[in-house]
Design a protein around this ligand. Structure first.
Ligand code: CTP
Length: 445
């Protein structure tokens, strides 16, 4: 694919060099078009060496090739990273004062801008209006990442990581399974934008924190080809991991069986059975600030894993599968935490149904106490009024966030991403309180 990589004049220009490599290593032909200002940060030689193509910034260079017309016209994808406030303003104004803005005007392929600037510049109404205008015209614009900026300041304005821009850019042109390219394009950009648009989490207490999220359903092996599994899709856990990344956390995503791709920007650890999940969680727990157990762990596993496939034989009785209890990973994590790192925050998930013995809330509170975690995200399972199965594999969710210290329960309904953001916001609040309490304790001693 022919890609034009526009580079604006910001310190994050060096990350565009890594992005260029990702594109070329994936077999794409990339023409780098830096602005004059970008060359103050990363020189022409770098772009030429990495792309294997001459680099120009001005429309009056290589005039005989009608470069400014050709580049935009032939491009199958244009990605601009970093897109500075000035470059966004010039693009929104339809300027054509250098080769990059000319190319943007000529392009009729998908265009993705990855902004990077100081938080104040990003939040400035002028920039926001320019972004809104460009989006209205069909330009895809990522929300900037939240985190450490060039100076001592933190907040939204960081260039998303090259891998993230790479994935979002390719999703615009390579249709995802089961979706039209138009849908995929919108989904990818909107999802990333929505995930990053976490007002209230900007500069939150999760920036730079280590968060571990488990997700998906475990598979308990019976023999080499069969397992006992459950219907967890991993969507809610993946959404929590994505929201934590968007809030600036370093996220380890421990994935049992999931029906969705792991979110961009996490470290993925794959596991299969409950025992493997336990091992992975305990291995990653030390030093983590937050642990979220969203995985659906099988309570039981076959008492033995047969080394060869169970055969059906007409003369033999139907097999009986004996089960044994799996360890409770959440309880083990809480125990480890209590011994070693009392500040670690642990969050459980639970799916409950009410019955004659108690309400969903009562069962939820009892489970929270039993497990010893700080927060429990409680799902009500079963069919809803329309007979639709709730929770498993569905896009929407309705949960109660329960807190052990009686900090009040919160009901959240919405898409799994919306629920995830509410959960992450609540986690950030708890982390802030702990940090505040620790600082307070420190000064009073
Ligand atoms: N969990 C766990 N290890 C298990 C079972 C559950 O870590 N062996 C975790 C889940 O990841 C979840 C929480 O515990 O965060 C509650 O899961 P749930 O299945 O509702 O709890 P159970 O203890 O299995 O309760 P129940 O007896 O109601 O099935």
């Amino acid at each position: 694919m022919r890609i034009v990589l526009g580079v604006g004049g910001g310190i994050a220009a060096y990350k565009a060099a890594l992005l260029l490599r990702l594109f070329t290593e994936a077999g794409h032909s990339v023409t780098a078009v830096p602005t004059e200002a970008a060359l103050k940060f990363v020189g022409k030689a770098t772009w030429e060496a990495l792309s294997g193509k001459p680099v120009r910034t001005d429309v009056f260079e290589a005039v005989e090739t009608v470069n400014h017309v050709r580049l935009g016209h032939e491009a199958e994808l244009v990605v601009v990273a970093p897109a500075t406030a000035d470059l966004i303003a010039r693009a929104a104004g339809g300027h054509a004062d250098d080769l990059l803005t000319n190319t943007l005007l000529m392009a009729h392929c998908p265009v993705l801008l990855a902004p990077a600037m100081h938080t104040e510049m990003w939040r400035n109404p002028a920039t926001q209006a320019n972004v809104a205008l460009l989006r209205e015209r069909g330009v895809h614009i990522l929300e900037p990442a939240v985190g450490r900026l060039t100076g001592p300041d933190t907040g939204p304005g960081r260039l998303p990581e090259p891998e993230e821009i790479f994935a979002a850019a390719l999703a615009l042109v390579i249709p995802q399974e089961g979706a039209s390219s138009e849908e995929a394009a919108h989904d990818a950009a909107d999802r990333l934008s929505a995930d990053r648009a976490l007002e209230g989490l900007a500069g939150s207490d999760l920036v730079g924190r280590r968060v571990i999220v488990s997700a998906g359903g475990t598979r308990e092996p019976l023999d080499p080809v069969r397992f006992l599994g459950n219907r967890s899709s991993g969507k809610q856990g993946a959404a929590v991991a994505r929201a934590a990344v968007a809030a600036g956390a370093n996220v380890t995503f421990v994935a049992a069986h999931i029906d969705v791709p792991p979110p961009v920007g996490v470290d993925v650890v794959r596991v299969d059975s409950a025992l493997e999940l336990r091992e992975a969680m305990l291995a990653h727990a030390p030093g983590a600030d937050v642990i979220v157990m969203a995985a659906a762990v099988a309570d039981f596993r076959p008492s033995e894993r047969l080394s060869s496939k169970i055969k059906k034989r007409d003369d033999a009785a139907d097999p009986v599968i004996a089960l044994v209890r799996n360890p409770d990973i959440l309880v083990d994590l809480v125990r480890r935490r209590d011994n070693d790192e009392p500040r670690q925050l642990i969050v459980g998930f639970a799916a409950e149904t009410g019955d004659a013995g108690g309400s969903v809330l009562e069962y939820g509170m009892a489970k929270l106490t039993r497990k010893g975690c700080e927060l429990l995200v409680l799902n009500e399972v079963g069919a809803d009024d329309a007979g639709q199965e709730r929770v498993f594999g569905q896009e929407r969710n309705s949960v109660l966030i329960l807190s052990r210290d009686g900090g009040g329960s919160e009901r959240v309904a919405g898409s799994k991403d919306e629920v995830a953001r509410a959960v992450v916001r609540r986690i950030a609040r708890e982390v802030a309180q702990r940090t505040g309490a620790a600082q307070h304790g420190g000064t009073s001693q």
